[in-house]
Design a binder for this molecule. Structure first.
Ligand code: ADP
Ligand code: MG
Length: 244
């Protein structure tokens, strides 16, 4: 479903991603782990072209993108429809209700009528157990509820891929579980997911693959259980020890 080949990205003189290559089969869940500053967010942003990388080839479903070339706007639009992103800080529209946060992309990107969009948005709120909060504004929701709205919004466009950038790291500890359980419920579907996370026990439950990166490079990638229980690289082992 996703194939990344030789992706590199610098900010000025700093090489933030160096020759990143990996694949994620359709329906798989890849957990992206690594210390802060490793390049996890930049990698996720490069995958849906919120950030342009300097070189590299990217395949998402049927779309082939050469990152060193200008991407045609039609391809960009198709890529954005196929991939949704869930952000650490939710990125909800503050002046829109929970329902309208989800309905809006359906109107703008899918051309739904307002009534259709709100019906569909309500169904999506059901999936994240938030129908009672439909008419509340983000400021009146807990962090966990806001992030569940963020996930419902990501689901709205029926993406083939969802990219999660540390979806629980802004949450109070007691709110983490409710968000992780929503994400887990998606993992049984046909959606391909890449999740950057520090929640190792969650990664163990949900991920098929683990990719450990540091300093813009892939240090290790493999089956989740193999990497978590018996990492090949000393650096991976040290990182995992710190977290547990
Ligand atoms: P992670 O998500 O793993 O913590 P990031 O992808 O956010 O790592 O950052 C990787 C490196 O790239 C960091 O050193 C960060 O300071 C740098 N960086 C990220 N975004 C920018 C930017 N827009 N401009 C300059 N440097 C950036
Ligand atoms: Mg980050």
């Amino acid at each position: 479903m996703i194939k990344v080949s030789g992706l590199s990205k610098s900010f000025g003189k700093q090489a933030v991603l160096q020759q990143i290559s990996f694949e994620v089969p359709r329906g798989d869940v890849l957990a992206l782990i690594g210390p802060s500053g490793a390049g996890k967010s930049t990698l996720l942003r490069c995958l849906n072209l919120l950030e342009t990388s300097d070189t590299g080839l990217l395949r998402v479903g049927d779309l082939n993108i050469d990152c060193s070339q200008r991407v045609p706007s039609k391809t960009l639009q198709q890529l954005r429809q196929a991939t949704a992103m869930v952000f650490q800080n939710y990125n909800l529209f503050k002046n829109k209700t929970a329902l309208d946060n989800i309905a809006l992309p359906l109107i703008t990107a899918k051309g739904f009528s307002s009534t259709e969009a709100r019906e569909r948005a309500f169904q999506l709120l059901e999936r994240v157990d938030l129908t009672k909060q439909a008419s509340q504004y983000p400021a009146t929701l807990s962090g966990g509820q806001q992030q569940r709205v963020g996930i419902a919004r990501a689901l709205a466009l029926d993406p083939e891929v969802i990219l999660f950038d540390e979806p629980t790291s802004s949450l109070d500890p007691e709110r983490v579980a409710e968000v992780l359980s929503v994400i887990k419920s998606l993992a049984h579907r046909d959606i391909t997911m890449i999740i950057s996370t520090h929640e190792i026990s969650f990664a163990r439950q949900v991920a098929n693959q683990i990719l450990f990166m540091a300093d813009g490079q892939i240090i290790e990638r493999g089956q989740a259980k193999a990497v978590l229980d018996d990492a090949s690289h000393e650096r991976t082992r040290r990182f995992l020890q710190q977290l547990t």
